[in-house]
Design a binder for this molecule. Structure first.
Ligand code: E4P
Length: 215
């Protein structure tokens, strides 16, 4: 399972990258806006740190605008993946970019048929937003399971990227459901190596050693 970080914060990206487990980065306009920096410059900075796929979202919502922005984003670095919305215009842009060998990540996916359609036109990644589905009282994980099943039924190559992850339990469930990738906020990445029994167990080992052998 690939692990991406879901942020545009360079310190978080560098720290996660230093753990040796980071395969890529996802950004979105809200995440880059939070950093109060130039949009394209920040994407270039991220691509210098992480060599795996870095998702760069378009702002346009019409086909022509998405194509123009998408081509500009793709020129930033070879590892840029153009992030497009899962709309009709996004679908058309995805097809045109796939034909031009530009990798795409189809975002804001909330139902399995969006994932089916974007896989048919060669999306590299599809991003089902599980946390936002949970937020409205529905079951985000069901969407991951449905997309996995559909892709396996027909041999689609598009990777299922579980997005909008809120807590470690989402991660466990995504891994069990066979998501190819999860994009995870930094606070959740850190929680993935934490357990209170590890901490108390370690404390006891050190105390027992010191009692017996000193030091
Ligand atoms: C994915 O690419 C998105 O940036 C992200 O996962 C959205 O998560 P949120 O629902 O926490 O904003």
């Amino acid at each position: 399972m690939d692990l991406y970080i879901d942020t545009a914060n360079l310190d978080e990206i560098k720290e996660a990258n230093d753990l040796g487990v980071l395969d890529g980065v996802t950004t979105n306009p809200s995440l880059i806006a939070k950093e109060k920096t130039d949009y394209g410059k920040r994407l270039a900075e991220i691509c210098k740190v992480v060599k795996g796929p870095v998702s760069a979202e378009v702002i346009a919502i019409d086909f022509e605008g998405m194509m123009k922005e998408g081509k500009e984003r793709a020129k930033i670095a070879p590892n840029i993946v153009v992030k497009l919305p899962s709309t009709v215009d996004g679908l058309k842009a995805c097809k045109a970019m796939s034909d031009a060998d530009i990798k795409t990540n189809l975002t804001l996916c909330f139902q399995p048929l969006q994932a089916l359609m974007v896989a048919k036109v060669g999306a590299f990644l599809v991003s089902p937003f599980i946390g936002r589905i949970d937020d409205i009282g529905e079951d985000g994980m069901l969407l991951i399971q449905q997309i996995r099943q559909i892709y396996d039924n027909y041999g689609f190559k598009t990777k299922v990227l579980a997005a909008s992850i809120r807590h470690p339990k989402h991660m466990v469930e995504c891994a069990l459901a066979g998501a190819d990738v999860a994009t995870v906020p930094f606070n959740v990445i850190k929680q993935m190596m934490q357990h209170p029994l590890t901490d108390t167990g370690l404390k006891k080992f050190v105390e027992d050693y010191k009692k017996a052998f000193g030091g």
